[in-house]
Design a protein around this ligand. Structure first.
Ligand SMILES: Cc1cc2nc3c(=O)[nH]c(=O)nc-3n(C[C@H](O)[C@H](O)[C@H](O)COP(=O)(O)OP(=O)(O)OC[C@H]3O[C@@H](n4cnc5c(N)ncnc54)[C@H](O)[C@@H]3O)c2cc1C
Length: 322
């Protein structure tokens, strides 16, 4: 197939397909449409989508892509992703199997929960709530995986990953797994910087994290979680295809949603993409949107907000593919 240089999606060579099929068997899918793997429901195919089930399998895959000079991309649950209509050239990796395990461990200052990057964040957080362990309540309603949440430093105004994570397990782009203490990482608003070499086509992979929780009253935690859910239900669009908030809130100013709303853009549509009438910072796929329509609407919103309020909105959603 064309290597990193080409912008066009190409299928893998027969030799590359053979290697992947032999090594990963039924966990490899060729020319896999990514619309079915993203919450927006849009996006072209990946040359191959591979489910890595073990650290060894993941490491072999990363090393092989290195030898072949093939790009790879890590897909979590696809809830913060806009994949362009041309798809992703190269190998899209999804963490499954062993990466879906969770375990508890007593620590001096509380209880550590170790979760693989493939565990759903909401599952980890509800587990903690049920067990009467405080520290992860912020994430009960956030979709996506632990790996995606670590990379995005996902959170709400009630807290974020950085507040409770103590250690991140990471695989570098040569296939070696390392442990980083949370203090070695620069955490920001929906960002984290691990300081390791990472570039498009050869990113670092989060393989898991350990979160510190403290014993607390389970009933009080459950009440808090319920309130949190109800607030989300009352303020966020329900049952729509989206990636949640599309733009980051600008520092120190009105929220992105308030700026878009004041610019009169609620309900604005291009093709099947629409600025949600419920929450202006959500772009939704009303049924048959393409990634190009969502991108065109994104640009229109950026332009209008810049003209009306002088503020540049930066997408929180990761835009990938060709
Ligand atoms: C309805 C809805 C509500 C939402 N509400 C919130 C909210 O309240 N707060 C919030 O912060 N976010 C929210 N989001 C956005 C999204 O859920 C989070 O950003 C989530 O953490 C993304 O996880 P994911 O597994 O889906 O990642 P993906 O969307 O699959 O990937 C996101 C990025 O992380 C990278 N990535 C994923 N996994 C790994 C890994 N293991 N190693 C390396 N890189 C990886 C991907 O390459 C990509 O760049 C919402 C989304 C939706 C659809």
């Amino acid at each position: 197939m064309s290597r990193v240089k080409s912008g066009l999606l190409k299928s893998l060579s027969a030799e590359d397909r053979d290697w992947l099929s032999q090594r990963f068997g039924r966990s490899v899918f060729f020319d896999e449409p990514l619309g079915t793997h993203t919450s927006f429901g849009v996006g072209g195919p990946a040359s191959a989508l591979v489910k890595a089930l073990t650290v060894k399998g993941l490491s072999d895959l990363v090393q092989w892509t290195g030898e072949k000079n093939l790009p790879y991309f890590v897909l979590g649950k696809g809830t913060n992703l806009l994949v362009r209509d041309g798809g992703i050239s190269g190998v899209v990796i999804r963490l499954s199997g062993d990466f879906k395990l969770m375990e508890e461990e007593a620590a001096n200052d509380g209880v550590l929960i170790r979760a693989g990057a493939g565990v759903m964040l909401a599952k980890l957080c509800s587990y903690a709530v049920k067990k009467g362990l405080e520290g992860l309540n912020f994430g009960v309603g956030i979709p996506g995986t632990v790996g995606g949440a670590i990379l995005m430093n996902a959170g709400t105004h009630e807290g974020c990953v950085a507040d409770s994570i103590r250690e991140v397990r990471i695989m570098d782009n040569l296939g070696t797994e390392k442990r980083l203490a949370a203090e070695e990482i620069a955490w920001g608003y929906r960002t984290m910087d691990h300081g390791l070499e990472s570039k498009p086509g050869k990113p670092v992979i989060a393989t898991g994290g350990s979160f510190l929780t403290k014993p607390a009253d389970p009933e009080a935690l459950q009440k808090q979680a319920k309130k949190h859910f109800e607030r989300r239900k009352a303020t966020q669009p329900q049952g729509v295809r989206s990636a949640g908030s599309f733009f980051k809130n600008p520092p120190g100013g009105p929220s992105a949603g308030a700026l878009i709303d004041k610019a009169g853009l609620k309900g604005k549509a291009i093709g099947g993409a629409m600025v949600s009438p419920v929450h202006a910072n959500w772009i939704v796929n009303t049924g048959k949107a393409t990634a190009s329509e969502i991108l065109a609407l994104m640009e229109l919103v950026q332009e209008e907000v810049l003209n009306k309020h002088g503020v540049s909105l930066e997408p929180e959603v990761k835009i990938v593919g060709t």
